[in-house]
Design a protein around this ligand. Structure first.
Ligand code: MF3
Ligand code: CO
Length: 259
């Protein structure tokens, strides 16, 4: 697998990433108090298959579902199940699809009803940190510049930046080189070249950066039980400005229409 993708490959990753954005919007439509995370997973899996793609997470290293659904203090890799969403929850939904041999991988943290203002700000700032990271993902910069941008934007707020999990290259494999940490030092790490495709995905905690894994071997949660947010975009490194392949615009349309 080459780190630099051809325009044809980038076109295919974009198609996959757009389908992920549409799938997350389909989830957003159904997200309300009373629904179980399993029901949301089934809706997503059906939607992905109806669009001729595969729910790539299902079976990936034995992962049992189409989505990772991570509620409140769960950071990532929450397994959908019997949990019923309640007013005030935050729900990180991570989705990957495989279409025409290429992956799309994107995540969004939703609010269920009214959430604590402090938690609302955590989501807003985590989303903004993702865009700050994307701004640094230009040819000539290094991977450490992306992490530095995320980290330095968030610094004033004192949040915990998860260090045990990172973003990644993306293409015919879900996880390609390079690793993309959400922290770093300017001018360090692999050089970014035009045509590299990266999944950038800050995982940001209201409290400690420390995480623990459940006995299920998947669920990652904050050590202090405080909430965590996660947003993920797929991007192409370009000269001057990165191109975002995934999109939250379908999600935002649904969220607008719910107001
Ligand atoms: N979206 C996750 C990532 O970016 C992968 C989910 S793990 C899986 O690394 F097993 F569910 F695929
Ligand atoms: Co990812």
């Amino acid at each position: 697998m080459a780190l630099i993708k051809t325009p044809e490959e980038i076109g295919l990753i974009k198609q996959s990433s757009l389908l992920v954005g549409k799938t997350l919007a389909e989830v957003a439509k159904h997200l309300r108090p009373g629904i179980t995370t399993r029901e949301l997973d089934h809706i997503a899996e059906q939607f992905i298959r109806d669009h001729g793609a595969l729910p790539g997470f299902k079976g990936y290293h034995g992962y049992p579902a189409a989505l990772c659904i991570s509620v409140n203090s769960v950071v990532v890799h929450g397994i959908p199940g019997d949990y019923t969403l309640r007013d005030g929850d935050i729900v990180s939904v991570d989705c990957g699809v495989l279409l025409n041999g290429y992956w799309g991988d994107s995540a969004y943290t939703f609010e269920v009803g009214e959430v604590d203002p402090e938690v609302h700000l955590l989501l807003k700032r985590t989303l903004e940190s993702l865009y700050q990271g994307i701004k640094a993902a230009v040819a000539g910069n290094r991977v450490g510049d992306i992490g530095y941008a995320i980290q330095s934007y968030l610094h004033p707020y004192g949040y915990g930046i998860v260090r045990d999990l990172v973003g990644h290259g993306l293409g015919s494999q879900l996880h390609e080189k390079p690793e993309v940490p959400n922290f770093g030092r300017r001018g360090t790490g692999p050089l970014l070249h035009e045509g590299m495709v990266l999944a950038i995905e800050p995982m940001i905690n209201l409290g400690t950066s420390q995480v623990i894994m459940d006995n299920d071997g998947w669920t990652i949660r904050t050590r202090d039980g405080k909430p965590s947010a996660h947003f993920e975009h797929d991007i192409v490194v370009r000269k001057g400005q990165a191109e975002i392949l995934s999109t939250f615009s379908y999600i935002e349309e649904v969220l607008q229409s719910k107001l």
